[in-house]
Write a protein that binds this ligand. Structure first.
Ligand SMILES: [Zn+2]
Length: 74
């Protein structure tokens, strides 16, 4: 993974957003925003909660891959 991790707040929930470069996108993932695959080689973002009551590690284990656009409009 490359790119600068940033924090975003959505509806009172804190998330970490990590950009993934095309070169690092080596597996397809199902985007929870549109329920379509993020194809290999497509830049996207990985998102996870940082305010999980189970701790950030639990949030990290529940991270999801989103199309950049889908996360922006989510
Ligand atoms: Zn999507």
């Amino acid at each position: 993974m490359v790119g600068l991790k940033r924090s975003e707040s959505r509806r009172g929930i804190e998330y970490a957003v990590q950009p993934v470069s095309p070169r690092s996108a080596i597996k397809p993932y199902l985007c929870p925003g549109c329920n379509l695959n993020i194809e290999i080689g497509v830049a996207h973002v990985v998102v996870w909660r940082t305010d999980s009551v189970m701790g950030e590690r639990a949030g990290l284990e529940a991270r999801r891959h989103w199309h950049t656009h889908c996360w922006q409009i989510a």
